[in-house]
Design a binder for this molecule. Structure first.
Ligand code: E4P
Length: 217
């Protein structure tokens, strides 16, 4: 399973990239606003830190303007994945961009039928938003399960990129269902490694080691 980080904070990205566990990055207009930096500059900087796909989102709603924005975004670096919304205009843009060899992440997916359309449009990634789906009383994980089944039925190569991840259980369930990628806020990636028994175990081993009076040298 690939791990992407869902942030535009380059300090967090740099720190997580150093672990060797990061396969890509997703950004969105809200995360760019939060970072408080120039969009194109920050995407360029992220692309230089992480060699994997870096999603950068268009903000136009019509195909023609989406294509103009995509032109600017895809020129930033070879690892930019242009993010388009799951609308008919977005799907049309997806088809055009992927047939030109550009990676596309179709975002804001909330139904399995939408995901089917994204695959038919040749999307590199589809982003089902599990947390926001849960928020309105649906089951985000059922959505992932349905999309996995449909993509496997037809051998679609579009990768299921689980988005709007709120906690480690979303990651665990996504992995069990065979999702290709999870994009997580930095805090969730850091939470994955934590277990109280690991901390307690380290504490106990170090206490006993100190009693031996030895050093590894
Ligand atoms: C994905 O690409 C989106 O940027 C993101 O996961 C949205 O998450 P949110 O629902 O926490 O805003």
């Amino acid at each position: 399973m690939k791990f992407f980080v869902d942030t535009a904070d380059v300090n967090d990205i740099r720190e997580l990239a150093e672990t060797g566990l990061l396969d890509g990055v997703t950004t969105n207009p809200s995360l760019i606003h939060k970072a408080g930096r120039d969009f194109l500059d920050v995407v360029k900087e992220i692309c230089a830190i992480v060699p994997g796909p870096v999603s950068a989102e268009v903000v136009a709603l019509d195909h023609e303007t989406m294509m103009k924005e995509a032109e600017i975004l895809r020129k930033i670096a070879d690892n930019v994945a242009v993010k388009v919304p799951l609308t008919l205009e977005g799907l049309k843009t997806c088809r055009k961009l992927t047939s030109d060899g550009t990676m596309v992440n179709v975002t804001l997916c909330f139904s399995a039928n939408q995901a089917l359309l994204a695959a038919k449009a040749g999307a590199t990634f589809v982003s089902p938003f599990v947390g926001r789906h849960d928020d309105v009383g649906f089951d985000g994980m059922q959505l992932i399960s349905d999309i996995r089944l449909i993509y496997d039925n037809y051998d679609y190569g579009t990768e299921i990129l689980v988005a709007s991840v709120r906690h480690p259980i979303h990651v665990l369930e996504s992995a069990k269902l065979g999702a290709d990628v999870a994009t997580m806020p930095p805090a969730v990636i850091r939470q994955l490694v934590k277990h109280p028994l690991t901390d307690k175990g380290i504490e106990g081993f170090l206490a006993d080691w100190a009693k031996t009076g030895q050093k590894i040298s």
